[in-house]
Design a protein around this ligand. Structure first.
Ligand SMILES: [Zn+2]
Length: 338
């Protein structure tokens, strides 16, 4: 039994934080940390199959979490030449490593001092308006802690937007954006039924528009939206539904045929449920490459990434700022201006 298993009530976020710490972002620490994670992973995988279901699921949760940390470590390791740690500051030599560190910083509240040492005038992203992204709004957490924005915080954020004269718009309104006063796009990823249960009452109360990117083949299964919830919200005129793929597959790993199938099928199915045109796509895990960019434009008008991706000036890598549970109102305001 490991330290972690001794404590059933361990909070997954603290667990993550105990591995990902600011002082880890140095070459030596990274190596140690990778070894530690690998050891932990192999420990957890031992005897996994013999566990009863509840224990098995709990253990899988930890394994997923470790894999997630591992992915972060690998990205840092691959980019270790691209940033330096000097006198308490992380000096980044390119935009993608800067964005990556920014994301971790914001997600885990590390207060890293990140500095940019590269020429890139487009750091002020080439966005027609701020685009923010959520996953779930709930005080209770049943998955990745950082993705659950507290209900009061969400309401406070919406109030802030209204009091400051922002106009939340549908993605389909991007074409007329010049006629809109202080437009902002609010999106939700994955299409959890939490959007119907917790978010919809709030957006009705304030009469604002949101856009929901659904994992289309997962609809109608818990914890995702059911078709009748989608139809109802679409009819309200406050929610527009867009595609987040069929199965949340990383598009860069698909064969051309599968890729086209994902793009087309998810669009067709969702259009039939929502009775809306589906013209936008959010890349699962924000991943795309040159081939994806070339093909997607045949089926969609817009495609969205999440923070950490490099933007060029096209409609097919529109960057969104993720809002996390840890983000206070100041951080929220800051994200509106990036
Ligand atoms: Zn997603």
């Amino acid at each position: 039994m490991t330290e972690l298993e001794k404590n059933n009530k361990i909070n997954l976020e603290n667990f993550l934080k105990s591995f990902i710490t600011p002082d880890m972002f140095t070459e030596i620490k990274l190596k140690n940390m990778q070894e530690k994670i690998q050891a932990e992973l192999s420990l957890y995988q031992q005897g996994l199959e013999e566990l009863e279901q509840k224990e098995h699921l709990k253990r899988l949760d930890y394994i997923n979490m470790l894999n997630k940390i591992n992915k972060i470590l690998i990205t840092l390791q691959n980019n270790v030449q691209e940033y330096e740690y000097v006198n308490g500051s992380y000096i980044c030599h390119n935009k993608s490593v800067a964005s990556f560190l920014e994301t971790i910083n914001s997600k885990y509240n590390f207060n890293l001092n990140i500095q940019r040492d590269y020429e890139d005038e487009s750091y002020q992203l080439n966005m027609p308006c701020p685009i923010i992204n959520y996953h779930l709004v709930d005080n209770e957490v049943w998955g990745d802690y950082s993705l659950f924005v507290k209900t009061d915080d969400f309401e406070r954020q919406i109030k802030y937007l209204i009091e400051n004269n922002y106009t939340p718009i549908f993605i389909s309104e991007l074409e007329n954006i010049s006629q809109i006063n202080k437009p902002i796009i609010i999106t939700f990823d994955d299409g959890y039924k939490n959007v119907y249960e917790k978010v919809w009452p709030i957006i009705k109360k304030y009469n604002i528009k949101i856009n929901v990117f659904c994992i289309v083949a997962w609809l109608n299964n818990d914890p995702y939206l059911k078709a009748d919830m989608i139809t109802k919200m679409a009819q309200s005129g406050l929610v527009e539904f867009q595609s987040h793929g069929l199965n949340h597959q990383n598009l860069t790993t698909l064969e051309e045929k599968q890729l086209i199938n994902d793009l087309k099928q998810s669009q067709t199915i969702l259009r039939e449920i929502a009775h809306q045109s589906v013209s936008a796509y959010a890349y699962p895990s924000g991943q795309y490459n040159a081939k994806v960019l070339q093909i997607i434009s045949q089926y969609y008008k817009y495609a969205f990434t999440t923070d950490g991706e490099v933007n060029d000036k096209s409609n097919y890598n529109l960057n969104r700022m993720n809002i996390y549970r840890n983000n206070n109102l100041e951080e929220f305001k800051r994200k509106l201006t990036i």
